[in-house]
Design a protein around this ligand. Structure first.
Ligand code: AMP
Length: 368
């Protein structure tokens, strides 16, 4: 079995490590020099939408998947007649456009913050009147990790917001004064088998994921979030791993966005679940039975941004993942996971490690 993976970044690398254990070969496409997944298989060093690279993938692989959601849909459509492409291209298309994504949530009765499409400055003024302030103005396409966003707090921010983001398709979203953020990660294979991981609590700093903790003791939220993920998986006839990010306010969940791929907030599953999200993604896209998503303890994951301090290499009882990327301010270079017997110990350990690896010195993230 050989799998073609578009993107050879850290997610490709972690897919590659899981593939090795399933005796699956990987062939990657990625324009970067020396990408993290280089040690997991051959990398065709060409643009993601390079016709000849994708044709080579289609010819030599049993199935194609991707590790990031900005893969051009048109490029995938060209090859999907020759080889299965999972997750389905239509799921990717809807995830790439925040307006389509929100309409999908509405169709599936998944609660979400109020929103308006914004194409002109007048639309933005009308949205601020309809939704109230503050609101978040976001680009419909190509935004990630808080990029392409502007928080409009008062009417006097409208001009600056428009100067910064105007001239492209946007949405305005109600500001959610959330208690905290969670993600629910599920997998579905082509036979329709679904497995869902324990809910994960996520802490972002400047829009960037800083830490993930799972499980959390919130059974009603867990059931509700799993139900939403199942609706998405089934409606989209989905194959692969999908991550749904939600805001928690009191007892209520509001959907923010979904990612049609393995997700940073699921890195804890490598050591903290019976089967990692990476293995289950591969199992799903090759239509194997899915593995158990049961938690093995209380897991905490901390991203390492900008540098991997020496102290991170000698932590007791922690699993370090160094993606082998060149250090650069704001770049995700690795992560650390701990798995402990209870939530209190886990939270305390993650706090201690956070101080050691000094997250606060890092301000901006470049996920490249
Ligand atoms: P996104 O790229 O949409 O996931 O946004 C990145 C982060 O910005 C989220 O994880 C939240 O922490 C914050 N954020 C995004 N949208 C909103 C919103 N409507 N209300 C409050 N915070 C938000």
């Amino acid at each position: 079995m050989r799998i073609g993976i578009i993107g050879a970044g850290q997610l490709g690398q972690m897919l590659g490590f899981a593939a090795r254990d399933l005796d699956i070969e990987c062939l990657f496409v990625d324009p970067s020099i020396s990408p993290p997944a280089r040690m997991c298989g051959k990398v065709l060093q060409r643009p993601f939408d390079d016709k000849s690279a994708l044709a080579e993938l289609a010819e030599n692989c049993d199935v194609i998947t991707y590790e990031f959601e900005n893969v051009p849909v048109g490029a995938l459509q060209q090859i999907k007649g020759n080889v299965p492409v999972y997750p389905p291209v239509d799921a990717l298309r809807q995830a790439q456009d925040r307006l389509d994504e929100k309409r999908l949530f509405e169709r599936l009765d998944i609660p979400l913050p109020g929103y308006r499409a914004v194409d002109t400055r007048d639309d933005l003024v009308a949205a601020s009147e309809a939704l109230g302030l503050p609101l978040v103005l976001k680009t419909r396409r190509l935004g990630y990790d808080g990029k392409g966003q502007f928080v409009v707090r008062t009417g006097s921010d409208i001009d600056a917001a428009w100067r910064t983001l105007g001239g492209q398709s946007l949405i305005a979203e109600q500001w959610v004064p959330f208690d905290y953020e969670v993600s629910s990660i599920g997998a579905r294979n082509a036979d329709g088998e679904v497995r869902i991981y324990a809910l994960t609590r996520n802490v972002h700093v400047d829009g960037i994921l800083q830490r993930s903790l799972s499980p959390l003791d919130a059974p009603p939220l867990e059931t509700q979030a799993a139900d939403y993920v199942r609706r998405l998986l089934e409606h989209l006839d989905y194959v692969g791993v999908l991550a749904l990010e939600l805001f928690v306010r009191g007892d209520a969940l509001l959907a923010n966005e979904f990612a049609p791929r393995v997700h940073n907030s699921g890195h804890w599953t490598i050591e903290g679940a019976a089967t990692s999200q990476f293995e289950n993604h591969l199992r799903a896209v090759t239509n194997m039975p899915l593995g158990s998503t049961a938690s093995r303890g209380h897991a905490g994951m901390l991203n390492l941004i900008g540098e991997i301090p020496d102290a991170a290499r000698t932590l007791e009882d922690a699993y370090l993942h160094d993606y082998g990327k060149k250090p650069r301010p704001g770049r995700k270079l690795g992560h650390v996971t701990v798995v402990l017997d209870n939530a209190e110990e886990r939270d305390a350990r993650v706090d201690t490690i956070d101080k050691i690896v000094n997250w606060s010195s890092c301000s901006h993230v470049d996920t490249a």
